[in-house]
Design a protein around this ligand. Structure first.
Ligand SMILES: NC(=O)C1=CN([C@@H]2O[C@H](COP(=O)(O)OP(=O)(O)OC[C@H]3O[C@@H](n4cnc5c(N)ncnc54)[C@H](OP(=O)(O)O)[C@@H]3O)[C@@H](O)[C@H]2O)C=CC1
Ligand SMILES: O=C1OC[C@@H](O)[C@H](O)[C@H]1O
Length: 385
């Protein structure tokens, strides 16, 4: 009963964050958003409402009318008629880039050339080389650039890492990570099915499962053992054969550790009409037992961590806040991420970070998985600077 009340309270506060403010900071960090993207209200607009040092100051869309409607709906004070116009505004300190994957490179270059910090949606770019160039540029301009792997900032995944690193369960043997959604959530016209926009399940949900197993093992893979892809349900254009609607990859890591990652954008309904439940979990089998985190991507909604030592009693933990009390039960992964991002921009030490090496390793192995699958790399941007 108490966990049901907890769930309802968390969800309520997630939607209506307490202490919604107009920033109390006399000089808050002003964020601008490129595109009236579906993810921005979750990833930035709502989290910023409870952060005293961050405000979402402006939004730009390709079509000004679309930006107007979006700004009105989300209480964003300033609207721009083009992305360039937003980047030219000296009032903006930081730009959130939630454009389709294939546009991440071009627009992050432009953001950095405009002298703004950038919170960049995952996956960082279509190719490893593009991510390398972005970080070189950010470093040369002394600007903060981070790939928005929000799940990393939540206490739940960090608790799993802590359990593994404590040695309680002995060395890791095999990890299984899954992010698979039922058909119908990602609609037919979605950017995720368009090859020229950097679509594909490995790019979308798969980049989380890869990131997660790399994080928990604590190193990069050494090889791709096998991959299997399934064609996408939807075929928006002539390049649909290059899109993985679902992908499973088995990876080797140092010390004989292996991992199997699965992602699916549209699991078919049972018997053609009964929707499947989302499969979002990571299970780590160790020499001395097993730990499972159910819902590592959106743990604020609900999660559990089950620890089953081989020779002991199984236990279940929850980690909505950090043990030292930092965070709030209702903070989404994105809110924890924003806390760290603002801390870094304000010269404080963030609780954790997704650094350049982390992003580059993820991009490198996304590419290798695509190579092994036979689908080939995602299209390189034609943009040069
Ligand atoms: N962190 C997370 O939890 C999530 C991250 N993502 C990531 O965020 C990004 C956006 O995803 P999502 O919000 O679902 O996507 P949307 O399609 O809702 O948003 C993408 C935006 O890109 C703009 N855009 C610019 N050029 C194009 C083009 N040629 N075709 C289509 N759109 C274009 C559109 O802006 P305009 O308004 O100017 O037309 C649109 O609003 C992706 O990189 C995705 O991987 C997505 C979901 C969850
Ligand atoms: O970033 C994301 O998070 C959840 C996924 O299911 C979604 O497709 C993806 O874009």
């Amino acid at each position: 009963m108490s966990s049901l009340v907890g769930l309802i309270t968390r969800l309520y506060k997630l939607v209506y964050p307490p202490g919604v403010h107009l920033s109390t900071d006399p000089k808050p960090l002003k964020f601008g958003i490129l595109g009236a993207a579906a993810i921005a209200p979750f990833a930035l607009i709502s989290p910023a409402k409870s952060h005293p040092e961050a405000v979402v100051y402006g939004v730009a869309a390709r079509d000004r009318a679309r930006a107007d409607v979006y700004a009105k709906k989300h209480g964003i004070p300033k609207v721009y008629g083009s992305y360039e116009e937003l980047l030219d505004d000296p009032e903006i300190d930081v730009v959130y880039n939630p454009l389709p994957n294939a546009l991440h490179y071009e627009w992050t270059v432009k953001i950095l050339l405009a002298g703004k910090h950038c919170l960049l949606e995952k996956p960082a770019t279509d190719t490893l080389e593009e991510s390398q160039k972005l970080f070189e540029l950010a470093e040369s301009k002394n600007l903060v650039l981070m790939e928005a792997f929000h799940y990393r900032f939540h206490p739940a995944i960090q608790r799993v890492k802590q359990i593994l690193d404590s040695g309680e369960l002995g060395p890791i043997r095999h990890i299984t990570a899954s992010l698979a959604l039922p058909q119908g959530i990602v609609g037919a016209g979605d950017i995720r099915y368009v090859y020229s926009l950097g679509g594909g399940s490995m790019m979308d949900a798969g980049c989380y499962t890869l990131s997660c197993v790399r994080y928990l093992v604590g190193s990069a893979p050494t090889s791709v053992i096998a991959t299997a892809t399934a064609a996408s349900l939807y075929k928006p254009d002539e390049n649909a054969h290059l899109i993985d609607g679902a992908v499973t990859a088995t990876l080797a890591f140092p010390n004989d550790v292996t991992a199997t990652i699965t992602s699916d954008e549209a699991m078919p309904h049972h018997f053609g009409f009964i929707p499947r439940l989302p499969q979002v979990y990571v299970t780590v089998k160790c020499e001395g037992g097993e730990v499972k985190l159910y819902n590592f991507v959106m743990p604020t909604i609900y999660h559990y961590i089950t620890v089953t030592p081989r020779d002991g009693k199984s236990r279940t933990e929850k980690a909505y806040t950090f043990k030292d009390g930092k965070g709030e039960e209702w903070w989404a992964t994105y809110r924890y991420q924003l806390e760290a991002f603002v801390d870094r921009l304000r010269g404080r030490t963030p609780q954790t970070w997704v650094d350049k090496e982390d992003t580059l390793a993820n991009m490198e192995w996304i590419e290798k998985i695509y190579e092994t699958s036979g689908l080939g790399a995602r299209p390189k941007s034609q943009f040069t600077f």
